[in-house]
Design a protein around this ligand. Structure first.
Ligand code: GRF
Length: 232
């Protein structure tokens, strides 16, 4: 794990009274898991840099050492770590290693921002209704790792993104936000995914902040947002 360089552009800090003699963030703490480009992570970092945001990205973890998201985190002065499935004896050990690492960061919310591994129950149960995922389709349509490709192949006229809480089923938890993205003639997977990502970048930071602030209540699968009159 890289050394912590402090809050980077994100956090507001005050003198600690937690007995460790350092500084603690006044902000809500966000841990982010990435596997690839990290454009959604960048949206979170940029949103947290707003002095009024009240959130701070405190840890970025990847299952791939070459994930560009790690570079984005390092540039922002955020602590990074890599946990690779290949380095663990089995799948539950991977889940536990990841869980223990993230627990140590004391996050108010965990965000899956293009994390391409399915998280096992041991991880999910450690952060009940505190894990936010973004998925590039209008769930429950097109679950899985190839949502944009599958939507194009199906011939849908509209698709989009879903920001949702994570439960123990893949791409399944309660829906926080969705945005519709029309499919254009001539779209390929890349062009459509780019437009979907613009919507993810807009919605994900809002969802993460609301969960971090404890302003999300569940009524069965339905999400109620305290004090949010006009969801984005
Ligand atoms: C996003 O479209 C997300 O929905 C999906 O993977 C993509 C990650 O993109 N799970 P990036 O790494 O944030 O650019």
């Amino acid at each position: 794990m890289a050394a912590s360089l402090g809050p980077g552009a994100a956090g507001r800090w005050r003198e600690a009274s937690d007995g460790v003699g350092g500084l603690v963030a006044d902000s809500r703490r966000v841990a982010v898991l990435v596997s690839g480009q990290g454009s959604n992570l960048q949206a979170l970092i940029d949103a947290a840099a707003d002095p009024g945001s009240g959130v701070c990205v405190v840890l970025v973890v990847s299952d791939r050492a070459d994930a560009y998201g790690l570079e984005r985190a390092r540039r922002a002065g955020i602590e990074t770590a890599v946990v690779r499935l290949e380095d663990q004896p089995d799948r539950p050990s991977f889940d536990r290693a990841l869980r223990d690492l993230v627990v140590r960061a004391r996050p108010d919310v965990v965000c899956l921002a293009g994390f391409m591994r399915i998280l096992g129950p041991e991880f999910v149960r450690a952060f009940p209704n505190r894990i936010v995922n973004t998925h590039p389709s209008l769930l429950p349509a097109f679950r899985g790792a190839h949502a944009v490709r599958d939507a194009l192949a199906y011939g849908v006229r509209v698709t989009g993104c879903t920001i949702h809480l994570v439960d123990e089923e893949v791409d399944h938890g309660p829906v926080l936000f969705q945005a519709v993205v029309p499919v254009q003639d001539g779209d390929d997977e890349r062009s459509l995914h780019q437009r979907i990502k613009l919507e993810e970048h807009r919605l994900l930071p809002v969802a993460v902040r609301l969960v971090a602030e404890g302003r999300v209540r569940l009524d069965g699968r339905r999400v109620r947002l305290d004090g949010e009159r006009n969801p984005p």
